[in-house]
Each structure stands twice: as C-alpha cells, then as structure tokens.
Design a protein around this ligand. Structure first.
Ligand code: X8Z
Ligand code: ZN
Length: 603
C-alpha cells in the first residue's frame, strides 16, 4: 500500500465497490432466474406427483385378480411423472444452475439437488428402459400383494400368518405356516432379477455407480461411508445381541422340548423374518395383547391420534379419515390390498393417508403410532417455509424414527397406565426391558446385516441370481444366528418375501438408523425434558415434548440432518443412548447365560 496515493486508494475502493455491486446484481438476476425455474418446475411436478400417488394408491388399495385397469392407470401416471422429472431439459437446467453453486441460496441448492435426485429414477435419455422398469415394478407389486397364501389348501392372510407365528405352540404347524409364508418368493424371483438390472441401469444413465449407491447418496454419503456407519452400529450392539441369542436358543429349546440348537430354526421365531422376537416373552401384569383384544381396530388408530394431539399436534385432517384404508379387506372379498403398513403424502400438501390392516393387537398398536409419525411429519413440513420439493424428512431415517419413537413411548408402563390400558406398574422392569430388546435390539442384525448386505450385494456387487437364496441364508446365519428349517434351494427367493426388497429397494438401513436415532431422541426427551428414567416415561399430555418433535420435523429437508441432530440432542449419530438403555439387561443376561455356550461370532 505504501506507494499508492490516497486518491488511488479511494479509486480502488470505489472500483471494488462497483465490482461487487455488479456481482451482486448478477447474483440477484441469477437467483431470480433459478426461482422462476423452480416455481414452474414445482407447479407441474406437484400435479404429476399427485396424479401418480393417487393412481398408486388405487393400485395398492384394491387389487383384483385379472383386472389390470388400476395398474394400467398407475403405469401411465408414473410414466407421465418420469417424462417430466427425467426430461433432458430439467436435468440440464438443474445441472447448469448447480454449477454456479456460489450464486445460489441454500434453499435453491437443496431444491435443485432434489430435482436431480428425482431425475435419476426416470431419465428420458433411456425412456424405453424407464417404461420397462415402471411396468416391472407394477407387475411385481401385483404379484406380491395379490398373492394368496395357503395352509393345507385354505387361504391364509398375512395377519393370520403373523398371529400363528406369535401364538402357535405346535412345531409341525409352525413349520407349515412358515413354509407357506415363503411361497410368495418363488413367483417374485424372476421379476426381482429383472428389476435389479433395470434399477441399476436407470440410475447409471445419470452417472450413479449403481442403485445402492444412488439410494445412499441421499444421505450425503458414499456407499463405503454407509457401510462403515452400518457396520459400526451392528458391532456396537453385537455383545447385547449375542446374549439375547443365547437366551433365546435355550428358552425356545425348552419351550419346544428340543435340544439347544446352534442356530435358531427360523420357524421357531415369532416373526416371518426373525426381525422382531418380542412376543417370546409374556410379562406378568403387562399383557397388552389381552387388553387390546377387547378394543376395536378404530380405537387403536384414534388412540394413536389422541397421543399426538395430547402433545399439541392438530387433529388429523378430515381427508385422512375419509380416504385412508386402515383395516383389512373383509373376509371373502374378491379383492386384496397391500397388507404392509404405509403412509402417503398424496399431493405434498394436506392430502395425507395411511394404508394399514389394523387389528387389535400389540403389533398394530405400535404400527399405528409409527404410521401417524409419518403423517404428522408430512403435516409439520407442509408450511410456507418449506417448498414442496423439500417436503421430506431431514433424511429418510428421521421419517422412520418419529413414529417408532412414539411407538416405543406408547408401550412404556407408565404411559400404558396413563391411557387406562393396564396396570403396568406391577410388571417386572427387567422382563419389560427384555421384551423391548427382543424388538429393538434383535432388529439390528436383521436390518444392518441380513437385509443390508443382501440388498447391497444385489445392486452394488451384482450378486448372480444363482446365489441369491444361499447368500440370504448365509447372511441370516452370520448376523441373526438363524437357519431355515430345512435346506432351501435356489427355486426359492426368501429375500423377496420381504416387501421392501420389492417395492422399497436398497434403503432398509433407514430403519436401522432410525432405531439408533430414536433412542437418541428418546434419551433427550426423557432426561432433559421430562426428567424421567428413559426406561419408564410418560410423554402423554406433555406439550414440551410436542414442541421438541415439531421443531425437529417442521424444516423437513430444508435443514441439514447432522446439524439438526446436534441441535436437538447435542450429539452426532450415536448408538450410545441405545446401549445405555439396555445395559442393565445385558448384565442381567450375562448372569442368566452363565455356563451356556454362545454360538454367535463377534463381528
Ligand atoms: O416397514 C415398516 C413400516 C413402514 S412405514 C411399517 N417398518 C419396517 C418393517 O416392517 O420391516 C417399521 C419398522 C421396520
Ligand atoms: Zn415407516
């Protein structure tokens, strides 16, 4: 500066000011242009999205054998949506705007990234492939949910299968029911082979490595980073799971009068995939199934709504009650419906619905809370500050976590007593903790192990179909410690019996992450808000809990999920609260299992 005169200095400052003025103007113009693009994209997108959701809804809530009207309509709507979201023009413009990142607001960048992410499911550069993919998805769905399960020739609904596996004590019958539950996989195999290839090829047209990496990218992670995260969770929970596995082997061997097996026979377990063993324990003084049996299915849904309302959330909009499909198809109906629970944000506005087959039992009691979590999440981020393109969870795991958190809260004794369901007070806390662990902890090796690797290997590693069933059971043995009742050849496709493998592919780790997340949230709510023991809380009626949750949900995908987590809990993603929660149980199990051999490896 020394040699520059004062006048020159002033000139420089003025010039710099002008330049930044010019830059500022240019940036403003650029932002206005992006806004114009996003506004017109959103308008068209929202209409097409609504039409496609509505058509999907119809195809899932009424499946009539031989009648393809609904699926034809659905295909047409899906194609129209893909033709728009995957259009060359939309892709090019989103890319071009994103290349000038420095000029964009955070909200614009996030929306443009969402535009590109969506584009990858239907890039019109491979239009014919996209159409074939849409047709194959639709066919797979019909096969999955139009399937008739049979036991000794008589029709069996999935609810009946699930009940038998929870309650039946005769091993022969259990075996038959389990076998019957796997039949659907046989017919799903060819479609899944085709879909694996098409899902990979479609996203590759937009530069993704494979469909698995594509799904992971939505978390802002690489496939390797996700593998690391998931493996860490699995490893951290392994010591506890090994104790549960040892306990279950002995418990069930005694129950069925059999020698103690190294691997648990799959048909001994109270769930088709061995993902939830909680009904293995009956806690004295805490028989929720019995309490619920005298209620109507409607009561369960209303009760879940009441819980949310008690925290300060609004009542569900009228459209939810008018348009949802909440109960099983009537016996003898000549149509079927998708029997897996889901929640729908039809128009990215106030048309919210749920598809369930609620029956008055514990499993559905929990599931109603789970689904309403999705619905309240939709309602929270449907606000003027969140553009429709960002009306999603902070990440997909957040969306799964909220309702599961409410499900956990709604099962705790103090809560159950508060809503007049049972005298939970007398129940043995260790038995309750065991029952909870058989749900939340047992789920981890299933979701981070069997399901995670099966889908990763399908898409990322292109596992040859001749190996699919063998690999499925290798994974189940290694991670869940489960074996099929008898060897199963490659004519079966047991992985495909899990609905998500067909209609929500390569993202099941969302649930694993959501369980970890929900214990972090629960820990914060219990300790910092309610000042209660996390193992014995009652959220009911506490508006502060509602505010905490609402603050988390309201920004949708307009906020950074890691920051949101740090703000809410003071911590990064961590399994520690989950481990702490179950630590007394682990110690108890170590005692119970003393002298028993653990047959599960460390990871
Ligand atoms: O699929 C679901 C939800 C769908 S919104 C009911 N869940 C996973 C499953 O059933 O496998 C909830 C937890 C695990
Ligand atoms: Zn869900």
């Amino acid at each position: 500066m020394k040699n520059i005169t004062w006048a020159a200095c002033v000139a420089l400052v003025v010039l710099a000011g002008c330049q930044s003025g010019a830059e500022g103007l240019e940036r403003q113009r650029s932002r206005a242009e992006v806004d114009t693009f996003l506004a017109s994209y959103t308008e068209r997108f929202q209409t097409l999205y609504r039409d496609a959701s509505q058509a999907q809804w119809e195809a899932n809530t009424r499946i009539v054998e031989g009648d393809t009207t609904a699926s034809e309509r659905q295909k047409a709507a899906d194609e129209a949506l893909a033709a728009f979201t995957g259009s060359k023009e939309n892709i090019e413009r989103a890319r071009a705007y994103l290349a000038r990142k420095a000029d964009l607001t955070d909200l614009q960048r996030r929306q443009l990234e969402a535009v590109l992410f969506r584009a990858a499911t239907g890039p019109q550069t491979v239009e014919a492939l996209v159409k074939r993919r849409i047709a194959a998805e639709s066919e797979q769905n019909r096969k999955l949910y139009g399937f008739t399960f049979r036991l000794d020739g008589a029709e069996l609904t999935p609810n009946e299968i699930d009940r038998s596996l929870r309650e039946e004590r005769d091993l022969e019958r259990r075996r038959k029911v389990w076998d019957s539950s796997k039949e659907v996989g046989v017919g799903l195999r060819p479609g899944l082979v085709e879909l694996r290839g098409m899902r990979n090829d479609v996203v590759r047209a937009l530069g993704y490595r494979d469909f698995f990496s594509y799904m992971v990218s939505e978390y802002g992670m690489s496939a390797d980073e996700m593998v690391e995260t998931i493996e860490r969770i699995n490893r951290e929970l392994r010591p506890l799971f090994r104790e549960l596995h040892t306990w279950a082997r002995h418990e069930l061997a005694a129950r069925y009068g059999q020698p103690v097996p190294d691997l648990l026979p799959a048909h001994w377990l109270p769930n088709r995939w061995g993902q939830d063993w909680s009904s293995l324990v009956e806690v004295e003084g805490f028989d929720l199934d019995r309490e619920l049996a005298s209620k109507s299915p409607e009561w369960l849904v209303r009760q879940a709504e009441d819980f949310y309302v008690s925290l300060g959330f609004e009542r569900l909009p009228e459209v939810f009650w008018e348009k949802s499909s909440l109960y099983p198809a009537p016996a003898g109906a000549d149509w079927k419906k998708n029997t897996h629970a889901s929640a729908w944000h039809i128009d990215l506005d106030r048309d919210v619905r749920s598809l369930m087959s609620v029956e008055p039992n514990t499993e559905w009691y929990e599931t109603t809370h789970h689904e309403l979590g999705h619905i309240y999440y939709y309602l929270c981020y449907t606000n003027p500050d969140v553009p429709p393109l960002l009306r999603e969870g902070a990440n997909r795991a957040y969306h799964e976590a909220i309702g599961s958190l409410m499900g956990l809260a709604a099962m705790q004794p103090r809560f159950v007593e508060r809503i007049g369901l049972s005298a939970g007070k007398a129940a043995d806390p260790m038995q309750l903790l065991l029952q909870e662990a058989l749900n939340y902890v047992v789920f981890i090796p299933w979701s981070t192990g069997t399901m995670f690797y099966f889908e990763k290997e399908l898409y990322h590693d292109e596992l040859p179909p001749e190996r699919w069933n063998a690999r499925w059971w290798e994974l189940a043995a290694r991670y869940q410690g489960i074996a099929p009742p008898a060897p199963r050849g490659e004519e079966f496709c047991d992985g495909a019996t899990k609905t998500h493998v067909n209609d929500d592919p390569a993202g099941y780790y969302d649930y694993a992450l959501s369980f970890v997340l929900l214990f972090q949230l629960h820990d914060t709510i219990a300790r910092k808000i309610l000042e209660q023991d996390p193992r014995d809380t009652c959220y009911y009626g506490d508006q502060r809990v509602g505010e905490f949750l609402s603050k988390l949900m309201t920004p949708g995908a307009s906020a950074d999920w890691r920051e949101l987590l740090r703000d809410a809990t003071g911590s990064d993603l961590s399994a520690k609260p989950m481990l702490d929660y179950f630590e007394p149980l682990r110690l108890w199990l170590v005692e119970r299992n003393r002298g028993r051999t653990c047959t599960l490896s460390d990871l």
